[in-house]
Write a protein that binds this ligand. Structure first.
Ligand code: FS2
Ligand code: SF4
Length: 546
């Protein structure tokens, strides 16, 4: 295996024997093989789309498959074997439809469009030869992988929107175009850089689509005090990002005597009006994803992982960890997809919860959130006045991910050291580094404004664009907003590319720059977009406040 897609890549280079995330090498290889076959599907499906011959299930298949390969989403080898078999069958079905309709099959096919096999052993044998390192030139490899990681993040968001009935057909079509481009040796570095930015454009589109899906279905997030203590009933802890799963779980647990709590990236579910209506939705339990080994144990009840980030579970709660959708872990029960027009069946989770003790209280009190675009616009006069009067000197976008590495303490220290006339705009699980600090408020505006999940970084961009309009500026970079973003997995990659596409410059990215950026590609990002890493808290505050 060779995997360098996340911030925790071994030694800042890449994982080669087993992932720091716990991903075994055979699973890593099969994830690469799945991406490889998706490239082959895409080659034929782009032609099939033009001719109206693309099978209906293709978009969802491409999007779901990309999503399953995101860091920490799925560790289940059997799931990948099945998916590769399905992928090969889909590719051949599309090809057969083209032939049957007299469409000429191109002669110059990449191996991803022609290689075939059917057994796990054959997949294991093939996979090591088509991985990341099969692209020899390190700059081309870097750009290709940057595009693919952006697509993975984009796919995750597209899947959540699809689950709510919101689909934009151009998104899967673009994913196919970009996947095929990564097999084209004739593309120049400049052309690949242009494709990186185009990926960012689709990142904006997909986050806008998901925002529309979430807010049209569940209402606009509003200022909310979220309970972080516990009640007396047994509970189910739901994590990940899928709001449709959240809704179905709340409905099915109503009146059963089982309470529902959110963990990590599901915290923002507490901000939606539709979910607040459920009396047995108690609040949020615990912190960011990487604390789950302790927190899932003390929770006592079953846990439902709707997406990444899974930490390989301890034996003490492994049988209580349910996965669903793109998530999977061998030996953990998996809740099947919803039937057409129906809901998922969470009865196994609910029945197990009834036999469990109530959660152990690990914290008490409340945290405040719900500052997505509509709520911030409702406060716009107050915010604008505070900027004009100088009460707020600067905003810091500190969106993104949290992770287990010690050097992420930087973000807690940075938040503590920020001057009192600054406000943090956050989204994603990065917030857990500072959302429980007593940072106070500025004239009633909290100093940490949480917009929601990582995809709600879109809200932060919308807020920035609104401020640009209010202050009549020509350039988004003239706003008093600094960007100090923490990344971990590939959703943060699409958020970053989306910000670059929107013209945001001088983004600081940490705690380390991606291992998949070759020195030359990193230089392009530094010179063109002013991307920088992070330094010491003291130096960075001086730099940002200058
Ligand atoms: Fe955090 Fe993990 Fe949201 Fe990432 S819970 S690092 O998936 O996507 O952010
Ligand atoms: Fe390593 Fe990250 Fe890849 Fe896991 S996802 S194998 S930690 S680079």
């Amino acid at each position: 295996m060779f995997c360098y897609q996340c911030q925790e890549a071994s030694k800042g280079v890449g994982c080669t024997i087993r992932g720091v995330c716990g991903k075994p090498d055979d699973v890593a290889n099969l994830q690469d093989l799945l991406i490889f076959v998706l490239k082959g599907i895409s080659r034929f499906d782009l032609i099939a789309r033009e001719k109206g011959l693309s099978p209906k299930r293709t978009d969802r298949f491409i999007v779901e498959s990309l999503f399953t390969t995101i860091t920490n989403a799925n560790f289940d080898k059997a799931a990948f074997v099945k998916r590769i078999q399905d992928a090969l069958a889909l590719r051949e079905e599309i090809k057969a439809a083209l032939v049957a309709n007299g469409v000429e099959i191109p002669a110059d096919l990449h191996e991803s469009a022609t290689w075939t096999a059917s057994t796990e052993a054959e997949f294991d044998a093939k996979a090591p030869s088509i991985g990341v390192l099969s692209t020899e030139n390190e700059d081309v490899r870097s750009l290709r992988e940057l595009i693919i990681y952006g697509l993975k993040g984009m796919a995750a968001y597209a899947e959540h929107a699809m689950n709510l009935g919101y689909e934009d057909l151009t998104i899967a079509a673009f994913a196919e175009e970009a996947l095929v481009a990564t097999t084209n040796d004739a593309l120049t570095a400049d052309e690949l850089v242009a494709l990186v930015l185009k990926t960012g454009e689709y990142g904006v589109n997909v986050m806008a689509l998901l925002d529309k899906a979430n807010t049209s279905t569940y209402g606009n997030p509003e200022i909310t005090k979220v309970n972080i203590g516990v009640g007396k009933n047994p509970g189910i802890l739901i994590s990940g990002h899928d709001l449709r799963d959240m809704e179905e779980l709340l409905k099915q647990t109503e009146g059963t005597g089982v309470d529902v709590y959110t963990h990590s990236e599901m915290l923002p579910a507490n901000y939606y009006p539709k979910f607040k209506a459920y009396k047995h939705f108690v609040g949020n339990y615990g912190n960011a994803w990487w604390k789950q080994n302790e927190e899932f144990e003390s929770f006592n009840g079953p846990i439902l992982m709707t997406t990444n980030c899974i930490v390989p579970p301890k034996d003490s709660y492994k049988h209580k960890l349910f996965t669903t959708g793109a998530a999977g872990f061998p030996g953990c029960p998996h809740i099947a997809d919803r039937p057409e027009g129906g809901a998922k069946d969470f009865s196994a989770v609910i029945e197990m919860a009834k036999t469990c003790a109530a959660p152990v209280e690990i914290e008490t009190g409340e945290i405040v959130g719900g500052f997505a675009h509509a709520q911030v616009f409702a406060l716009a006069d107050k915010v604008v006045d505070a900027v004009k009067s100088g009460a707020i000197k600067k905003f810091f976008v500190m969106a993104g991910c949290d992770g287990r590495m010690k050097d992420r303490d930087y973000y807690t220290e940075f938040a503590k050291a920020l001057p009192n006339d600054t406000v943090i705009l956050t989204a994603g699980c990065a917030k857990y580094r500072y959302n429980k600090l007593p940072l106070g408020d500025i004239g009633g505006i909290p100093r940490v404004l949480d917009a929601g999940q990582c995809n709600d970084s879109y809200s932060l961009a919308v807020i920035a664009l609104k401020l640009k309009e209010v202050f009549e500026l020509n350039d988004i970079n003239d706003l008093p907003i600094a960007y100090n973003i923490a990344w971990y997995e590939q959703k943060a990659v699409i958020v970053l590319l989306a910000l670059l596409y929107l013209g945001v410059k001088n983004i600081h990215l940490g705690p380390t720059l991606p291992a998949f950026l070759s020195p030359n590609v990193a230089n392009v990002l530094v010179n063109t977009f002013g991307i920088a890493g992070v330094g010491s808290v003291e130096d960075d505050i001086k730099l940002f406040m200058a």
